[in-house]
Ligand binder design. Sequence first.
Ligand code: SF4
Length: 237
Amino acid sequence: MESLEAERERATDLDVAELADAIEAIGFECTRCGACCKAVEGCESENGGDEDAGGDDEAADGHDHTATVFPDEVRQLQETGDYDWRDVARPMPYGLVEGEDGPQGETFEWALQTDDCGDCRFYAEDDGVGACTVHEDRPLVCRTYPFSVALGGTSQPMGEAVDEEGMVRAHECEGLGRDISRAEAEELAEALKERAIREIDEAIAVRDGYEPIEREPGEVVVHDSEGAKRPDGTNIE
Ligand code: SF4
């Protein structure tokens, strides 16, 4: 497997025009179905609907929406509504175990906070039409859904790709295959490249900064690119 440094070099060499070509060839238009913002089996599915919805990765804590959000993105989202850290992000559930008083253990990175239904807390629905209430400030992973690039150290939302064109992978989404303008494809391609570099930078920083932390029973520690943190986003010295 390539080192993260080699993958980063490949990410910086990505040609935005080529990525845009691939996105145009695959085709995409958001239908506002909300599937990428909702839990796999949220409140609606209890009534028999919404079985296809999903998050960024396959959720480890049931089927809640799970999209990675980086520390600076959390802070940016905090400013959209005078939010606390915990209003915006929760520890990524992978690696945590369910203790008597809730999840505990050590994990890496943050996921967008979810509501009682397991949907992204910024998702709102009006008459069946979904909307992101922080559209202008949404994280890179949301800006680029349903695409990813075929590079190690980057995230691959929704499991296996359903389509592939050059370095671009497309993941499950009902908007795939629809016409996209060149301008929109280029905008998506720019964001996709930015995200690939960002994700690898985060992975390198987490790898280089990782130090095991002695935890109290029931405590959760989150390692991100800025060090070890408590679930409220404060640093553990
Ligand atoms: S931040 Fe917005 S686009 Fe991203 S998952 Fe939440 S509602 Fe969807």
